[in-house]
Design a protein around this ligand. Structure first.
Ligand code: F6P
Length: 329
């Protein structure tokens, strides 16, 4: 017989992302509309271990659609990686009568979800990380907002770089992936973009790009660096040594993780939250909700964690063409 989900838990885990609140709201409202109760688990997997929870009703998630951060708080839990921690989490689910968990986060969150599912607690994952580096989905909640925030910051930097005829090196987030750096780099017309997926040839990718841009008449230069490539300060120093100009270095940091979610993030988060609950309501679990070609898909969690998403290097070429074309006769 199909499992009946009468009460589910929802949590956010790992690095926060704008739109997580919209996803929590969608989970709660969809569940309630189907007669399913919702327990909010605070502080991610750590909160499931320590039974840190709050009952949620329709109004508990009022006015959060437009706010960044996560009303459920988030954490990274070392204890949850251990068997003992996972057993405590299972005990909390039993104690609270939780039939399944919606886990909102990135790959780390989903590894935790897989471990819990193997202990018999059904889970559904909703991808949310500004890095957009979850293999099974072409979009993760928070990416669009983070791109727009970084673009706004870099546009401001450009104003002063232009006035002073300077070079700027801007570090954006992306520990293992260059999605944010490359999309932002294209959108701000960067002189060069450094991403972990592209083997860096400093002479070709940075020095010659600045020199070509200079020859084309430019007097200010914008270098966007993904965090995973290395420190923007080191890149700045190397530019100074090689080209003789002294760049100004800016690390955008956690600014990129905050702020009101964009339309895309609110809409995607709402759809993903809705489909997460629908999976439970229709008796499916242990899947990640993803987007592919604009539509929503469900991928078995084990398979999802094996999937790799590659940065489209065509985008890298497009970014380069915008600058190389500048110097062409
Ligand atoms: O959310 C992912 C991410 O943005 C990475 O790009 C970054 O390295 C990391 O979070 C930093 O997170 P924290 O400082 O919260 O540990």
């Amino acid at each position: 017989m199909e499992k009946q989900f009468k009460r589910i838990g929802v949590l956010t885990s790992g690095g926060d992302a704008p739109g997580m609140n919209a996803a929590v709201r969608a989970v709660v409202r969809t569940a309630l509309s189907r007669g399913i109760e919702v327990v909010g688990i605070r502080r991610g997997w750590a909160g499931l271990i320590s039974a840190d929870f709050v009952m949620l009703n329709a109004s508990s998630v009022g006015h959060i659609l437009s706010s960044g951060g996560t009303m459920l708080y988030t954490a990274r839990s070392e204890e949850f990686i251990t068997e003992k921690g996972q057993d405590k989490a299972v005990a909390t689910c039993k104690m609270l009568g939780i039939d399944g968990i919606v886990a909102i986060g990135g790959d780390g969150t989903f590894r935790g979800a897989l471990a819990l599912s193997r202990k018999g607690i059904p889970v559904v994952g909703v991808p949310a990380t500004i890095d957009n580096d979850v293999g099974c989905t072409n979009y993760t909640i928070g990416f669009d907002t983070a791109c727009n925030t970084a673009i706004e910051c870099i546009d401001r930097l450009r104003d002063t770089m232009q006035s002073h005829e300077r070079c700027s090196v801007v570090e954006v987030m992306g520990r293992n992936a260059g999605f944010l750096a490359l999309y932002v780099g294209i959108a701000v017309g960067a002189t060069a973009v450094l991403v972990p997926e592209h083997d860096l040839d400093f002479q070709r990718d940075v020095v010659e790009r600045i020199q070509d841009s200079r020859l084309a008449g430019n007097t200010h230069f914008m270098i966007v660096v993904a965090e995973g490539v290395g420190s923007a300060f080191d890149i700045g120093k190397k530019i100074h040594e090689a080209v003789g100009i002294e760049p100004r270095v800016t690390v955008l940091g956690h600014i990129q993780r905050g702020g009101a979610p964009t339309a895309r993030d609110r809409e995607t988060a709402t759809r993903m939250g809705y489909y997460a609950v629908r999976a439970f309501a229709e008796g499916r679990s242990n899947v990640i909700i993803g987007t592919q070609e604009g539509g929503i898909v469900e991928i078995p969690i084990e398979e999802a964690l094996q999937m790799k998403k590659h940065l489209q290097m065509e985008r890298y070429e497009i970014m380069e063409s915008m600058q190389i074309g500048l110097g062409a006769k």
